[in-house]
Design a binder for this molecule. Structure first.
Ligand code: WTA
Length: 637
């Protein structure tokens, strides 16, 4: 069993200093000084950062806090993030630079110069317009990791529409709920996706989701695997056929947007009920993501940046799609599984493409570490100069392996703590900063992070508390789509008087002021770095005819960070059996997707509840771990 506190105690005095050549090259040499200066005047700091981008019209005010917590940034400015990500590069030498190199799981390859990517985006933007998509409309995108995914996102944003990308690992009900909530009339998907040598039937899942959420009028289908799919006449179109029509001209006007106009919705799991559509906007998000990527990963023109996340999650939105393009960087993207066909697939590609910076999740590192040192040692990894980690706390053991075996003790590891809601990195080192294995180090310049108690007062060093952010920042979420009250309730109500943003994580600071994230304090479970809500998995279970009630909890796991355990009350007259366990797992896989499947399912007669009927998952978890169940005064039974 893994214990984060033991990890912290073991590693808090273990310091790794950056190699001199890294410091020399880095944009930020004195992190503490830059941090201090930025905090002294956050508006001046962000205004200066925003000057690096193009704006059609300048802002009148950097920050408008008159209607807090609905903060506004760069008020009055006109812009479009796609102008900064693509259009502006076409008039410079970067026109011919490679923007994206892509490798499919079967081994096929493609690359796009900035010019070609710009043309493809323009063409698809025109296609979307011809399907009736207008400024302010939502477009849902459900695909594997293929170049058409970023192209579809950028095309949507270019014409001022709002994309909602649903991760390709989600299944029917999850997709249907997200389509319904966003009320998308257009869905962009693919026939299938490659994963571990097999195909995932995306179009079949999309068909069923649209059947459940019939708002969709048109589906655009990318041909990826060539598998047999059902195409409904008048509703479904092949992407490649639309892209070869005269309407798909390679020129397309970029819509002029208000800095505060919506850019995308990204659904994420919250404490209760249905998933929340976190909303980000054009202006602040472009400033925040590009600044953080530039400084933290020290992006230079000769880099080959590989963010190994999925574009369907915030990490991919910010650091595969938008920030690298804004910075004019060359990115690499890979379609499939890290260990397919062999456990050296990643290391082979690092060597082949000369990757200089690799950014991934602890679960992937642990997974690859399991196969031993021989696989990475077969490859020349000397192109690497920086490494990164995101998604969950990294345990010191995995950190040291990554540092030693992959980075050859010359690549600092940027452990970046952040969230869908924050838009970009919040607590993170920069390459010149001394590291401790498992600590995300210090807040980024302009970010006022603190660890507080119930009353909102700072806790002492080495004490656990709630992680809060005390001042607004440009990359922050603006609201929950269609539910502003939920936005206030979820993030701002807890420390209303003080105006702090509640992250939902617990953390501590050590004596050197280094932040150590401990984990979620709410009903969110991180499985292999994926953020899942208990509520969605529980409703998938309850939608099975044998189930009366269900509760799920996260249990620490060496490989995945956490796994899901489910406690199920069966309907009267139904007998629990191994066969039923398998059937329930299959059902959850079908409804919400493979990552949401419980590792264990227990049949029980009752669940611990408060008198108001809320399931006390904390009690279930303590019991499962053989720990003291703590205060149970609110327990009904
Ligand atoms: C967790 C992912 C420790 C944390 C970008 C947070 C981390 C949640 C780290 C957000 C890290 C993310 N160290 N924990 N470096 N990065 N987390 O919205 O619990 O998918 O609240 O965004 O992931 O997950 P999300």
């Amino acid at each position: 069993m893994v214990d984060r506190h033991e990890d912290i105690l073991a590693a808090e005095h273990e310091i790794y200093y950056p190699p001199p050549e890294v410091v020399e090259k880095a944009y930020i040499k004195d992190y503490d000084a830059v941090r201090e200066k930025a905090l002294a005047d956050i508006e001046a700091f962000w205004a200066e950062r925003a000057q690096e981008l193009d704006w059609f019209e300048p802002w009148e005010k950097v920050l408008d806090d008159s209607n807090a917590p609905f903060y506004k940034w760069f008020v009055g400015a006109k812009t479009n993030i796609v102008h900064n990500a693509l259009d502006r590069h076409i008039n410079t030498w970067r026109k011919n630079k490679i923007a994206l190199i892509w490798e499919g799981e079967p081994g096929d390859q493609r690359s796009y110069s900035y010019y070609r990517l710009w043309q493809e985006v323009n063409k698809f933007a025109n296609v979307l317009r011809s399907l009736g998509v207008k400024k302010g409309d939502t477009v849902t995108i459900y695909m594997g990791r293929v170049p058409e995914l970023p192209i579809a996102m950028l095309a949507t944003a270019k014409i001022g529409a709002i994309h909602s990308v649903v991760y390709g690992g989600f299944s029917e009900q999850a997709l249907a709920d997200r389509i319904h909530d966003a009320q998308s009339r257009v869905l962009i998907t693919a026939d299938g996706a490659w994963l571990r040598g097999k195909t995932v039937n995306l179009k079949d899942i999309a068909d069923e989701a649209v059947h459940r959420s019939p708002v969709v009028e048109h589906m655009v289908v990318v041909k990826r695997t060539g598998q047999q799919v059902n195409m409904e006449q008048g509703r479904d179109y092949w992407y490649h056929e639309l892209m070869s029509l005269p309407i798909a001209s390679p020129h397309c006007e970029t819509e002029v947007m208000d800095a505060e106009d919506p850019l995308f919705i990204l659904y994420t799991s919250g404490t209760t009920g249905k998933p929340k559509g976190v909303l980000h906007t054009h202006g602040g998000y472009q400033v925040y993501t590009s600044t953080t990527l530039k400084w933290v990963f020290d992006i230079k023109d000769d880099d080959r940046w590989w963010c190994a996340a999925d574009p369907g999650w915030i990490t991919g939105h910010s650091y595969i799609v938008y920030a690298p393009l804004i910075l004019g960087a060359t990115s690499f993207m890979y379609e499939g599984a890290p260990n397919y066909p062999y456990p050296d697939r990643w290391w082979r590609m690092v060597e082949k493409y000369g990757i200089t910076i690799l950014y991934t999740a602890p679960t992937a590192i642990r997974g690859l570490m399991r196969f031993g040192d021989a696989w990475p040692k077969r490859h020349d990894l000397s192109s690497l100069r920086l490494l990164g980690s995101v998604g969950e706390p990294i345990n010191p053991e995995a950190w040291r392996w990554y540092y030693r075996v992959i980075g050859k003790e010359k690549c600092p590891i940027m452990d970046t703590w952040w969230q869908t809601e924050t838009g970009g990195f919040m607590i993170t080192p920069v390459p010149s900063y001394p590291l401790k294995p498992g600590s995300a180090t210090k807040p980024f310049p302009g970010i006022d992070a603190e660890i507080v108690d119930e009353e909102g007062d700072p806790v002492k060093p080495n004490e656990d508390g709630y992680l809060v952010i005390k001042k607004p920042w440009p990359g922050m979420a603006r609201t929950v789509w269609g539910d502003p009250d939920r936005y206030v309730k979820q993030y701002w109500e807890r420390y209303k008087e003080k105006g702090y943003y509640l992250t939902g994580d617990s953390a501590r600071k050590d004596e050197d002021g280094y932040f150590w994230i401990i984990g979620r304090i709410d009903d969110v479970i991180k499985v292999s770095g994926y953020r899942l809500g208990t509520a969605e998995i529980e409703s998938a279970l309850v939608s099975h005819p044998a189930v009366a009630e269900a509760a799920v909890i996260g249990i620490p796991d060496e490989l995945k960070g956490n796994v899901i355990w489910a406690y199920v009350i069966l309907k009267q007259g139904v007998e629990g059996s191994d066969k039923l366990v398998d059937e329930l797992k299959q059902h959850v896989r079908h409804e919400t997707g493979p990552i949401t499947v419980p590792a264990k399912i227990f049949f029980v007669d009752s669940l611990p509840k408060t008198r108001s009927g809320k399931i006390m998952r904390r009690v279930l978890k303590a019991r499962a771990l053989g720990k003291d169940v703590g205060d149970t005064s609110t327990l009904a039974d």
